[in-house]
Design a protein around this ligand. Structure first.
Ligand SMILES: [Zn+2]
Length: 391
C-alpha cells in the first residue's frame, strides 16, 4: 500500500486549521454581530492578520457584510461586521405525517414557513417539494440562496447518499438529493433529524463549549443525535444513535422496526396517545398537542398518560448516560411546551441511575417548535464550514 507523503499531510493539517479558523470567525460574527475585526481577534485569540484575511474571504463570498462604523474616543473608527441577511437557506423538515418547508436567513430567522401533508411515497414527495421550492425561489428574487437542508425521520447513509432506515416514514430507499438539485440548481444537504438538531444546537443554541452532547428528538418516534468530543457520531452507514429501537421490554408492544418493546414504543408521542386511549372508552383519538392541552386543562387521564411517557423517556435516557456520559441532553419535540410537566420526571429518572459523577443536564431545546427546522439551516452552514463543529 502506498504511503502518504509528509508534505500532503502538512497541507491537509493547515487546510483543517484554516477551516476551523473560518468557522470560528464566522461563528463569532454571527453570535456577536455587529463586531469589529479587532473584536473578533480579541475574542478568538487569532492574529489580526489572520482575522483580516478570513474576513475578506467571507465578505468576498458575501457571507459577511460591513455595516455601521463604530465610535471610539479617538483613533480610527472600526467598521463593524455582520452576517449578510440577504443570504438565504431553504429548510425542509420531513416528518412521517407533516412536512414543513421554510425559508431562513443566515441568522437562522425564518422568513416564511408552510406545512404540507407528507406524501406516502418519495416520488410524489419530490414532485411536490420541487413545485414549492420553485415558487419559493421565484417569490424571493432579492435573496441569494445558499442551499437546501433536509432533515429526515430516519438514517441517511453518506456513502450512498440515500435514506436507509426510516421505519416511521415507511419510504423505500430513495435518492431525494439528485432530482431536487437538478430542479433547483442548489446544493442539497440531507441528515437525520436528530443529527441536524445537534448541529442546530451547536450553531444556534446555548451549548457553546459543550463537546459531549446528545439530542433526543421525541415525536412519532424517538431519535438521538450524538456529539462526542465535538464530532457528530455517525457510525457505520449512518446508523449511530438508534437508541429509540433498543428494546426495554422484549415482551412489549410491536414496534414499527419489526422488533418488540423498543424505547420509542414506550416513550414517543404515539406511546402517550396509546396510554390515553387505553384509559378511556372515547371513540377517535386526540393529537399529541390536544393531549398536552387536555392535561393543562386538568384532564387527569391526559396528565397520567404524559407522566407515564415522561418516566419512560427518563428511563431510556439511562442507556445514553451509562453508555456515552454526555455533559448535556437536549430534548426536542412538542413535549418541551409542557417542560414543567416532563422535565422534573425525566431528571429524577436520569439522576436515579447515574453510576458516578454528576448527572448530565437535561434541557429542552430553545424554541422547541422550530428546533428541527433550525437543524435544516445548520446543515447548510455545516456544509460550507466543515465537518467538525465550532465549540
Ligand atoms: Zn423499534
Amino acid at each position: 500500500m502506498p504511503t502518504t507523503p509528509l508534505p500532503n499531510l502538512r497541507a491537509a493539517s493547515s487546510g483543517i486549521a484554516r477551516d476551523i479558523n473560518r468557522r470560528v470567525v464566522l461563528n463569532l460574527i454571527r453570535s456577536r454581530q455587529p463586531i469589529s475585526r479587532a473584536g473578533v481577534a480579541r475574542l478568538s485569540g487569532l492574529q489580526r492578520s489572520t482575522v483580516s484575511l478570513i474576513t475578506e474571504q467571507l465578505i468576498g463570498e458575501r457571507w459577511v457584510i460591513e455595516g455601521a462604523t463604530g465610535r471610539l474616543p479617538r483613533g480610527r473608527r472600526p467598521t463593524f461586521l455582520r452576517l449578510n441577511d440577504r443570504r438565504a437557506i431553504i429548510g425542509i423538515d420531513i416528518r412521517p405525517i407533516q412536512t414543513t418547508v421554510a425559508l431562513a436567513d443566515v441568522n437562522g430567522h425564518f422568513i416564511t414557513q408552510e406545512a404540507m401533508a407528507t406524501p406516502a411515497d418519495p416520488q410524489t414527495a419530490v414532485d411536490q417539494f420541487i413545485t414549492r421550492l420553485r415558487h419559493l425561489l421565484d417569490s424571493h428574487p432579492q435573496m441569494m440562496f445558499e442551499g437546501i437542508g433536509i432533515s429526515l425521520p430516519g438514517r441517511f447513509d453518506f456513502q450512498s447518499q440515500r435514506l436507509v432506515f426510516a421505519p416511521n416514514l415507511k419510504w423505500p430507499e430513495f435518492d431525494l438529493k439528485t432530482p431536487i438539485e437538478r430542479a433547483t440548481g442548489l446544493d442539497v444537504a440531507l441528515e437525520n433529524a436528530a443529527n441536524a438538531c445537534v448541529l442546530a444546537e451547536v450553531w444556534f443554541g446555548q451549548t457553546q463549549g459543550v463537546r459531549d452532547l446528545v439530542v433526543v428528538t421525541v415525536s412519532e418516534g424517538i431519535g438521538t443525535g450524538i456529539l462526542m468530543n465535538a464530532q457528530l457520531a455517525r457510525g457505520l452507514t449512518g446508523m449511530a444513535g438508534e437508541f429509540g429501537h433498543v428494546p426495554l421490554d422484549p415482551a412489549g408492544p410491536v414496534c414499527t422496526c419489526g422488533g418488540r418493546g423498543c424505547w420509542e414504543v414506550f416513550a414517543s408521542n404515539r406511546a402517550a396517545l396509546r396510554y390515553y386511549l387505553e384509559s378511556t372508552s372515547q371513540a377517535g383519538g386526540p393529537s399529541f398537542q390536544d393531549l398536552l392541552v387536555l392535561a393543562e386543562q386538568g384532564d387527569s387521564r391526559a396528565a397520567k398518560a404524559l407522566d407515564t411517557m415522561a418516566h419512560y423517556l427518563g428511563r431510556g435516557m439511562r442507556m445514553i448516560v451509562a453508555g456515552l456520559a454526555p455533559e448535556m441532553i437536549v430534548v426536542v419535540g412538542e413535549l418541551t411546551r409542557s417542560w414543567h410537566r416532563f422535565g422534573p420526571v425525566i431528571e429524577s429518572e436520569v439522576s436515579a441511575q447515574v453510576l458516578a459523577g454528576p448527572a448530565p443536564r437535561v434541557v429542552p431545546a430553545q424554541d422547541g417548535a422550530v428546533a428541527r427546522l433550525r437543524g435544516t439551516v445548520a446543515l447548510v452552514f455545516q456544509k460550507h464550514f466543515g465537518a467538525s463543529v465550532p465549540v
